[in-house]
Design a protein around this ligand. Structure first.
Ligand code: AMP
Ligand code: FE
Ligand code: FE
Ligand code: ZN
Length: 364
């Protein structure tokens, strides 16, 4: 298995070793209409009705403030209308297809959505077709796995060039490392639970080699075998990060991810940085400042894992450094209790997030 050092290498000479990525890459351009050609995508997108949410979110973008403890309480709760910028489908560990995702977003009356499967853009093409048909504005994004200071960090990347060499290499390496890591975890688990085999786990992987494999697929096999009652119970026991079966995912650092996304013309937001359930030690203030210096665009404040004190902290950073504050559900279909649209980002924030990026918003 590869270590972090591999991710520090130059992108030069590296190409995707992931056939799924290459295959999808070839077909991605055909999914883009002429109005979404790479040349035109450099233009500022036409924005659909940027109606104010009425929840006072513009305060979040008022620029520098010396007193980070003075974030108004109104800013600590998600707006009631807007965009869900954090959603997973079967192309990673969500349980629904991109088509079902778009249909659910329409049913809920969301202003727009972002598809953010882990370490891949393989779901973009199908989500794009479904979003166009349904008239649902769509941001193409990815939740990128990172690691620093023994802390797992997730970075939401939006509207970047999917053919960028650094991005392509990063995803290929992380996905290969994830696969090897899940296979080794399954070998360890099967010594104590022989019903759990690689075959039983891969039966839970819904989009074949296009799927980013992770612990949730092991959880689903444990549930199918009757060993666990739910994904959540599996995560609380056999596959928790302190379990003897657990192996971390070798990943780039958040700084490497931020640099790669910025070079690829995208927007980058640090996800659920205040979620204590995920890490013994949260991403430190110094590390967040390091990301801001590298061009971090925003902080996901409205996420169910961020408790009020952490929302204060993260919103404080946003105000002090003029970053965007975003919200997202981290919806995984039936794979997690998180409900689509339970946390949202206001229209005017989405507009700033998307301005001048490599890709345009689909349907904008
Ligand atoms: P991995 O990246 O393979 O280590 O798996 C972590 C993923 O599992 C995260 O992306 C979460 O979406 C998912 N996850 C974490 N905890 C739970 C839980 N309690 N129930 C369901 N899914 C979870
Ligand atoms: Fe996930
Ligand atoms: Fe995450
Ligand atoms: Zn997520």
């Amino acid at each position: 298995m590869r270590g972090q050092a591999d991710f520090a290498q130059s992108a030069a000479g590296s190409t995707s070793s992931n056939p799924a990525t290459v295959r999808s890459g070839a077909s991605l351009s055909s999914a883009l209409s002429p109005s979404q050609s790479h040349a035109e995508s450099q233009q500022q997108s036409q924005w659909p009705d940027a109606s104010p949410s009425g929840s006072g979110q513009t305060l979040a973008h008022s620029g520098a403030s010396d007193d980070i403890s003075s974030v108004p309480d109104a800013l600590l709760v998600s707006p009631r209308e807007g965009w869900d910028l954090h959603c997973h489908t079967r192309f990673s560990d969500g349980t629904k297809t991109p088509e079902e995702f778009i249909r659910d977003a329409v049913d809920l009356g969301l202003h727009g959505v972002a598809i953010t499967d882990h370490d891949t853009w393989n779901g973009w093409e199908r989500a794009t077709v479904a979003a166009r048909k349904a008239g649902m504005p769509l941001i193409r994004g990815t939740e990128i796995t990172a690691h620093v200071d023994h802390t797992s960090v997730h970075m939401l990347a939006y509207l970047y060039d999917p053919e960028n060499a650094e991005i392509t290499r990063m995803f290929a390496e992380t996905r290969a490392a994830r696969l090897a890591r899940v296979q080794e975890m399954v070998r360890r688990i099967s010594r104590d639970y022989p019903q759990v085999t690689w075959e039983s786990v891969s039966a839970q992987v819904r989009e074949g080699s296009q799927t980013t494999v992770g612990r949730p697929h092991i959880a689903d096999a444990l549930v199918a075998a009757g060993i666990c009652s739910s994904r959540s119970q599996a995560f609380a026991t056999i596959i928790k990060s302190t379990s003897k079966y657990y192996i971390p995912v070798p990943s780039p650092t958040p700084l490497q991810v931020t640099n790669a996304v910025k070079h690829a013309g995208g927007a980058v937001v640090v996800a659920h940085a205040g979620d204590r359930a995920r890490n013994r030690h949260l991403l430190s203030d110094d590390r967040i400042v390091e990301l801001i210096e590298a061009g971090l665009d925003g902080i996901e404040v409205w996420h169910r894992g961020n408790e009020p004190d952490q929302r204060q902290r993260l919103a404080g950073f946003a105000r002090r450094y003029g970053l965007l504050m975003t919200g997202g559900s981290d919806w995984h279909g039936a794979g997690k209790p998180n409900l689509l649209g339970e946390n949202l980002t206001p229209d005017e924030t989405v507009q700033k997030l998307c301005e001048g990026r490599f890709l345009p918003v689909v349907g904008a």
